[in-house]
Design a protein around this ligand. Structure first.
Ligand code: 5AD
Ligand code: SF4
Length: 470
């Protein structure tokens, strides 16, 4: 599918950066050292967006805080995937009344996927007077312009128009940490799974140019990052909209060719577009982690069909088998929704069987949440919350058992890990990740953070491995 892409030029971003300097002057007049708080909900894409918001805020002269009572600017970057996240956002935004009372000049901005839904923007406008600024994901590139309007006009600003999405290059980014980095390669989604709100709020698939992605990866490697995760709702359809088109495996090969000792990960892969070429490329590229997040969502063909997933359980398992053939040490993870409208006991049991057969290292499990405007929202849903909870508990139990078994199999092995941070605990003070992304707790010198190390795995549980440095 070809779409008209709305490109935001680097020159437009420079204009926004010039506005950051104006904002810095306004903020400085109010407070000698302005502070900002960025609160992020949801997926890694949102984490990456928050890094861009922090990039702009830093250019506005802001330092950062976690305490809303000392923040001059609070930005809440929201998620719309499930109702639970929305409820948390609304609760926390409402609670900002207290900090705003204590700091009358405080600016409260709410952005991200939740506010891109017209009913939510409306709700914030009507029932949350504490909110000064609302902007959707397509307006993030012009956050400075919108904020300046709030600061100078003293009026509330709402900017979350319907859009197929934009593609903006050259936004500043202030990354969290110095070892692991998110690298968005595309935005939006064209799949319209029947339960999912993402295509409505994030717009159509737009791929960044391969040259721009590779240049950013080179910059990250130069800056010393050792673990780069390529992000997209469906990375396997990367580049189909580019002229000339560039496939995702080709992009992996180009990033793999960057000199340096680093790991490439990516998420998320849609099973319908995961090809043999992808698995072979992962196996052949020495920097590519043998890790695949391949959301199956359900194990029953009828449910998969009404979910609009475009594969059957057998086709999915066939892909898993191919991937494992190419990479016998593959770490496989998935997302599963239980309680999709009308899902019966038997249909749910197909999911249990598939999970057992796929042998996931970790499973991210969710109870279906009705999303306004999606096809599934109008499907009959006769089962109660208690039925769904019962299924969810059975699935969690299975997931935990399989993870514990998978982890136990690591005991006694020697492997290479990337030390990525401190745990704050005494006995195992360092955290690290295997090539496949499993968490390993270690004891050692914090100077090792950012380095690869050989460890022997000495223990394990459902969630993590424990090891000693060699
Ligand atoms: N309800 C529950 N889970 C959902 N997901 C997406 N939409 C919904 C929904 N309406 C899950 C899917 C997806 C993950 C990011 O969130 O499993 O892969
Ligand atoms: Fe949602 Fe499906 Fe797109 Fe994933 S692939 S973002 S589940 S519509």
């Amino acid at each position: 599918m070809s779409i008209e892409k709305k490109i935001i030029s680097p020159a437009q971003i420079r204009e926004q950066e010039a506005l950051c300097r104006q904002i810095a002057a306004v903020l400085e007049a109010r407070s000698p050292r302005p502070l900002a708080l960025v609160d992020t909900y949801g997926c890694q894409q949102n984490e990456a967006d928050s890094e861009k918001l922090r990039g702009y805020l830093a250019q506005m002269g802001c330092g950062f805080t976690q305490d809303e009572f000392e923040a001059d600017i609070v930005v809440v970057n929201t998620c719309a995937v499930r109702e639970h996240a929305e409820m948390r956002v609304l609760g926390n935004v409402g609670a900002l009344n207290h900090s705003k009372k204590a700091r009358p000049g405080q600016i409260v901005a709410v952005c991200g996927c939740m506010v891109q839904q017209p009913h939510m923007a409306e709700k914030l406008k009507k029932s949350y007077p504490v909110v000064d600024l609302v902007f959707g994901p397509h307006e993030l590139w012009r956050f400075p312009e919108l904020l300046l309007r709030v600061l100078t006009k003293g009026k509330r600003v709402f900017a979350a128009e319907k859009s197929d999405g934009v593609l903006a290059e050259g936004l500043p980014s202030l990354r969290d940490g110095a070892v692991k980095a998110w690298l968005p390669i595309m935005s939006g989604c064209n799949n319209f799974c029947s339960y999912c709100v993402v295509p409505y709020v994030r717009g159509r698939e737009r791929s960044r140019r391969a040259e721009d992605v590779v240049a950013e990866a080179e910059e990250l490697v130069r800056a010393g990052y050792k673990d780069i995760t390529l992000l997209g709702q469906n990375v396997n359809s990367y580049g189909k909209d580019l002229e000339p088109s560039v496939s995702f495996p080709e992009l992996l090969r180009r990033i793999n060719a960057i000199p340096g000792d680093f790991l490439i990960r990516f998420m998320t892969s849609h099973p319908k577009d995961a090809t043999e070429e992808l698995f072979e490329t992962m196996a052949a590229c020495e920097k590519c982690a043998h890790q695949l997040h391949l959301p199956v969502q359900a194990g029953n063909d009828q449910i998969l069909k009404v979910m609009n997933r475009n594969y059957t359980a057998a086709q999915y398992l066939e892909k898993v088998a191919r991937a494992r053939q190419a990479m016998p040490d593959l770490v496989l993870t998935t997302d599963i929704i239980v309680g999709f409208p009308g899902e019966t006991e038997e249909e749910f049991e197909d999911t249990l069987r598939l999970c057992e057969e796929a042998g996931y290292d970790a499973m991210f499990t969710f109870i279906y949440s009705k999303r306004v405007g999606t096809p599934a929202a109008s499907m009959p849903d006769p089962y109660t919350r208690a039925d769904k909870q019962r299924h969810f508990d059975r699935l969690t139990e299975l997931a935990n058992r399989i993870s514990a078994e998978k982890h136990r199999a690591y005991e006694g092995q020697t492997l290479r890990v990337l030390v990525d941070g401190e745990t704050g605990r005494e006995e195992y003070n360092l955290s690290s990740r295997t090539n496949g992304g499993r968490l390993v707790h270690l004891k050692g010198d914090p100077a090792l953070i950012g380095q690869f190390a050989q460890v022997r795995i000495t223990g394990s549980n459902t969630w993590a491995l424990y090891g000693e440095l060699l």
